[in-house]
Design a protein around this ligand. Structure first.
Ligand code: ZN
Length: 163
C-alpha cells in the first residue's frame, strides 16, 4: 500500500466509520455536518477534495460526482463493506488500536488516574494496555472487544460474499 488513505464517510455508513477507526484509519463522518442541509453533497465534495479524503457513500450519484475520490458502497452488510475496501486494496485488516472509534482522535497512553477513574475498566487491570481519548475522555484497552473485532475481520478472509 502506498500512502495510507483517509476517508470521509456519509451518514448512512456510521458502523463502517467506526470500524475504519478501529482499523486505525482517519475517517471523518458526514454526521458532523448540520443535518438537513440541502447543500450537504456539495460540502462533502469540497471537503473530500480539500483534505484529499476518499468519499465513501451509498449514493451512487454522489460517488460519481466525486470522480476518482468517490467510492460507491452498494453493500448493506458491514463486513461486505469492509471486504470491498480490502479488495480495492485501500485498507489492510489489521486492527490498530490508535484512534478513538467515537470521535476519530488519536489515542494516547492512559495515565493511572484515568484508568482508575473509569468504572468500566477491567478489574484487575493486569495484562491490559490502556489508551485514552483526550478529546472525549474514553478509555480503551486491548481486551475482549478489540479481540472480537479482530476475529470478525479476520473471518472476512475465509468468508464468501453473500449472493
Ligand atoms: Zn474520542
Amino acid at each position: 500500500m502506498m500512502d495510507e488513505p483517509t476517508f470521509l464517510v456519509d451518514r448512512m455508513l456510521g458502523p463502517l466509520t467506526r470500524y475504519l477507526r478501529f482499523l486505525g484509519y482517519d475517517s471523518e463522518s458526514a454526521a458532523l455536518l448540520p443535518e438537513g442541509d440541502p447543500g450537504e453533497d456539495n460540502r462533502l465534495l469540497k471537503k473530500a477534495e480539500a483534505e484529499g479524503r476518499l468519499l465513501l457513500t451509498r449514493d451512487r450519484d454522489l460517488a460519481s460526482r466525486a470522480g476518482e475520490q468517490g467510492i460507491y458502497i452498494a453493500d448493506i452488510d458491514l463486513l461486505d463493506q469492509i471486504r470491498l475496501l480490502h479488495e480495492k486494496r485501500l485498507i489492510s485488516l489489521d486492527v490498530r488500536l490508535i484512534r478513538c472509534s467515537v470521535c476519530n482522535t488519536l489515542l494516547r497512553e492512559a495515565a493511572a488516574g484515568e484508568i482508575e477513574g473509569a468504572s468500566y475498566a477491567p478489574n484487575p487491570p493486569n495484562g491490559f494496555t490502556f489508551l485514552w481519548c483526550p478529546a472525549c475522555c474514553r478509555l480503551y484497552w486491548n481486551g475482549s472487544h478489540a479481540e472480537n473485532i479482530i476475529r470478525r475481520i479476520r473471518a472476512l478472509d475465509q468468508r464468501g460474499r453473500a449472493p
